[in-house]
Every structure is written in structure tokens, then in C-alpha cells.
Design a protein around this ligand. Structure first.
Ligand code: KG4
Ligand code: ZN
Length: 364
């Protein structure tokens, strides 16, 4: 007998208000029936980063509309879904609370089970939703708020192999863009500027490559760029268009080199539990062509298959939360109304707590 499982997913942990409906048919691949993402970039652009209070208010105002649209686009009503999944952390606490409260209301009103999802699990399990990747696989999560290598062994089995000890790479892109008077979010703008720049003109540090572990650091890189900028300004009274392009290209190259070398080491540390293991990537920084192709080369050299899900599922979205909730739900797990919103929620319960915090608060 065939069994369809359909889950509604809500996401509101940072600056995207999102809802989606995902269905798995009889244990086969997932189908994303709808995915609505209402980005808040416009609300935060003037501040050069996410303002938590503005984000939380916007989520509270828009979540129900996103849910309505997601159900409508899927051609379903709440009675048709089997469970309601929601990001319960980690993230900006005001936004997470908005999502959890909304999901609880929907669960009470419809009588459907509530499933709390770790946002990082949502990212980490995305390759299973998009490409049906089998466990175990290696994941590099690189976004504005997160940066870590994860061994993914099951829906709730993650090994955190290393990660940033301060800024996430996306955060470094955003802060660097701000230093150079570019807009927000900085990643795409720096990538664009870098097209006309010389990546070798400035030799920025490749942080922590002298350490054998898989930890990374990106805040010093941003400081090095600021010094280079200040030196140029002191010498010439300002930056030329070429200076800016060269700074962007050199910065981008340093991030790409660092991520590539640490990924090479992560592949080696992950080993070969299957003949051709998968190195998957998620998070907004995976949109960067230079970084993407550097990771692709690393994977090829190490005998790994490289997998980058479509960008709309790499960045924050409701479908990944619906899918991660679906995996928990079919494993017999769900939550009740005591589900709480958590600003910190490490995926790997055995890993040492992370240092540092950034624009999205304490790192998980
Ligand atoms: O995954 P995401 O949408 O949101 C979270 O941070 O969770 O990632 C957004 C981040 C921003 O910091 C943005 O600057 C960065 O991803 N980003 C990029 C690029 N596109 C987005 N970084 C580098 N190059 C890009 N093309
Ligand atoms: Zn995210």
C-alpha cells in the first residue's frame, strides 16, 4: 500500500519568512509542492545587517500569509497535511519564537502533530530532499550565520567536525562590503566587483591553515582588508574603482582558498565509508562561483561527488524545514506544546560549545 507523507514547514530564524509543503510518496524522493520565501533584505539594507527586532516583527506579520500562500500553491488545506514542522532554533530568538508560536496555533487549530526542527538539520538534510542522497555524507554549511563541517549519519545523527571560531563567511562578505561602501547583502556585490579585480594584488591571510584541525576564522580577514583600505586611503586620499575591485577579488580568493583547503582536510577526515562519498554544500555562500568551483575541484581530487542543491534550497527556505520535520515524523518523533524556541541548539550534542558570536547571535 502506498503511503504519502505531507508536511508543512515554517522558517523564521533569521531574515527570511518562509513556508512550504513537501510530500514524500511511499518512501521515494521528495516533492516540493510549494515554497514561499519572503526575504526581508529591504528592511535591513540600510543597517548593513539583520536587525533582530525588525526581523521578529516582520516574521510575526508575515508568517500566516506565507502559510496561506504555501497551502494555496500546493492546492491543499491544513487538513491535508500530516504534520506541521517549524524551526525551533538556533537563530534570532524573536524570529524563532514567532515561528514556534504560529506553528503551535496551527497545530492546536488543526489537531495536526507539531514537529520542532533544528535549522541546521534543515540545511544539512537538504541534499536528501533534492537528490535523495544516502547517509552518510559530508556537508559544508556556509551561510551568513553558520560555517561548519558536518558528518551526516542520520536524521538526528550529526558529527560536527569543525567550524568557524568567530564570523561565518557570509558575515565576513557582508562586513567587508560595508567597509567598502557596497550594499547589503555583501556576498553577491563583492562577487560582482571581484570580476574586474586582481585576486593577487593583496595577500590577505588564510586563517588557521597552520592548524591541522577543521576550525576556521574569518574575522581577521575582514580586519586585514580594512587595514589595506586605510593604507590606500592614507596614501592616495581615497580608493579608485580598480582598488576596490582588487580588494574584493583578493578577499574572495582568501575565503575560497581557506574553505577549499579545510574542505580537502574534511574529506580526508571523513574517509571513505562508501565508495564515492558525497561532499554537499548548503548556505548562501554556496552561490559564489569561485567558492563553488574550488570546492568542486577539491571533491574531484579527493574522490568525492560534489553536490550543491539548487540555490533556492541552499539559502533559508521552508521546504528544508518541512523535509527535516518529515524525516523526524516518519521516525516516530514529534513534539507537544512544551516545544520551546532555542537561540542555541548544537546539532552534535557531543561537540564542544562554539566560541564567538556574530550578526545572527551566538553560533550553534
Ligand atoms: O543562507 P543565507 O541565505 O542566510 C543565512 O545566513 O542563513 O546566506 C546569506 C549569506 C549572506 O551573508 C550573503 O552575503 C551570502 O550568504 N552570499 C554570498 C553570495 N550570495 C549570498 N556570499 C558570497 N558570494 C555570493 N555570491
Ligand atoms: Zn540558514
Amino acid at each position: 500500500m502506498s503511503q504519502n507523507i505531507t508536511v508543512l514547514g515554517l522558517e523564521s530564524s533569521c531574515d527570511d519568512t518562509a513556508a512550504a509543503v513537501v510530500r514524500r510518496k511511499d518512501g521515494t524522493d521528495a516533492e516540493v509542492l510549494s515554497s514561499i520565501v519572503w526575504g526581508q533584505e529591504g528592511l535591513h539594507a540600510a543597517f548593513g545587517g539583520v536587525v533582530p527586532e525588525i526581523a521578529a516583527r516582520a516574521h510575526a506579520e508575515r508568517l500566516d500569509l506565507c502559510v496561506e500562500q504555501a497551502l494555496e500553491q500546493a492546492g491543499l488545506t491544513l487538513t491535508d497535511v500530516d504534520a506541521i514542522a517549524v524551526t525551533a532554533g538556533p537563530g534570532l530568538i524573536g524570529g524563532v519564537i514567532s515561528g514556534v508560536m504560529c506553528a503551535k496555533g496551527l497545530s492546536i487549530g488543526s489537531g495536526k502533530p507539531l514537529v520542532g526542527v533544528n535549522h541546521l538539520a534543515g540545511h544539512a538534510l537538504t541534499p536528501r530532499m533534492t537528490d535523495g542522497v544516502e547517509y552518510p555524507y559530508l556537508m559544508l554549511l556556509v551561510s551568513g550565520g553558520h560555517c561548519q563541517f558536518l558528518g551526516v549519519h542520520g536524521p538526528d545523527q550529526f558529527t560536527r567536525m569543525g567550524g568557524t571560531i568567530d564570523d561565518a563567511p557570509g558575515e565576513a562578505f557582508d562586513k567587508t562590503a560595508k567597509l567598502l561602501g557596497l550594499g547589503y547583502p555583501g556576498g553577491p556585490l563583492i562577487e560582482e566587483e571581484a570580476k574586474n579585480g586582481d585576486p593577487k594584488r593583496f595577500r590577505f591571510p588564510r586563517p588557521l591553515l597552520d592548524r591541522p584541525d577543521l576550525d576556521m576564522s574569518f574575522s581577521g580577514l575582514k580586519t586585514a582588508l580594512r587595514r589595506a583600505r586605510d593604507t590606500l586611503v592614507a596614501e592616495k586620499g581615497g580608493l579608485t574603482v580598480q582598488d576596490r575591485a582588487d580588494l574584493c577579488a583578493s578577499f574572495q580568493q582568501a575565503v575560497a582558498d581557506t574553505l577549499a583547503e579545510k574542505s580537502r582536510r574534511a574529506c580526508i577526515a571523513f574517509g571513505k565509508p562508501v565508495e564515492t562519498p558525497v561532499l554537499a554544500v548548503a548556505g548562501g555562500v554556496a552561490a559564489n562561483s569561485l567558492i563553488r568551483s574550488a570546492l568542486q575541484d577539491v571533491a574531484a581530487n579527493e574522490g568525492f561527488q560534489f553536490l550543491a542543491p539548487p540555490l533556492k534550497y541552499c539559502t533559508d527556505n521552508g521546504a528544508m524545514i518541512a523535509w527535516a520535520g518529515l524525516e523526524r515524523f516518519v521516525g516516530g518523533e514529534c513534539d507537544d506544546l512544551t516545544l520551546s524556541a532555542r537561540p542555541r541548539w548544537p546539532l552534535d550534542k557531543a561537540a564542544a560549545p562554539m566560541l564567538g558570536s556574530g550578526k545572527k547571535g551566538a553560533k550553534a
